[in-house]
Design a protein around this ligand. Sequence first.
Ligand code: UFG
Length: 329
Amino acid sequence: MKILVLGGAGYIGSHTVSELVDAGEEVVIADNLETGHIEAVNPKAKFYEGDIRNREFIDSVFENEKIDAVIHFAANSLVGESMANPLKYYDNNLYGTKVLLESMVAHGVGKIVFSSTAATYGEPESIPILETDRTEPTNPYGETKLSMEKMMKWTGVAHGLRYVALRYFNACGAHKSGEIGEAHNPETHLIPLILQVPNGQRESVSIFGTDYDTKDGTCVRDYIHVTDLAQAHILAVKYLADGGESNVFNLGNGVGFTVKEVIETARKVTGHPIPAVESPRRGGDPAKLIASSEKARKVLGWNPEHAGLEEIIESAWKWHKTHPHGYAE
Ligand code: UFG
């Protein structure tokens, strides 16, 4: 199969390209390199630099390449930034997807797998979260991702396109080679921020809120290794290629860790004391997010292989200690 990976130079995109290439698939990447990195572009993939909001650009990719399926990661993904600048998210995530779907329909490309998020649920009604639970996003990031799901649904009704929306919980870790990993600027995610301490880039890490209704008062998240997420995309493409109907899946381990547990595990992995400063809550953080991924296991045959928090942090540490400034050096 020839697969077009939009956003293939980003964090989850580059790891998915790596797994696709290892599985012997033909991969074409398109990325505007706004948050992606040229160094993360897999040399075995064909690369087009451009923006999905540019209809001529995306049309030219479909005209040059005979694409069987699209995997769509090209979006902005920071909750805080989306609160400060919601229209950026409507423009890139929603308008970008609209242009992409128009071009797919015009070129007869009918299969798409894309990054959705736990943020589509908002404050969960129960734990673990099921795909059928209420979706009431509490920020524009989650809102635009949910709208992307609906845009695909109605495009499917009208034009026969089929999609799989993968609702990720907390993506983390890095490729086993240590050659690609997480590199955001600015960094806002817990594990990379913690690892900046043993890397000598910050004195301490902040714990955002210690008065949540959880076992130690800090937020609980379901941390899922990026390579396991990558595998789910491959299974989802196969599911669509085998005739599967449009569907939505949660991707998580089904196990929650508190912020304090994550910091403690990082101390163990790095052998560094990693001072932590108890700080006020960060606005908009739900106390607990844990996925039920039973559906992905049953329907896609997904089986996360790097579920241990220690293994996840070890892989992240291997990347960050050799790339303290991401791809910058
Ligand atoms: N946290 C800290 N200190 C920090 C950074 C984070 O205590 O310096 C806490 C947060 O408050 C949160 C947990 O660590 O409780 C995880 O925070 P991240 O920023 O790493 O991840 P989020 O859970 O906020 O975000 C993830 C995904 C988003 C998605 C969101 C859904 O990265 O894409 O879940 O709520 F939208």
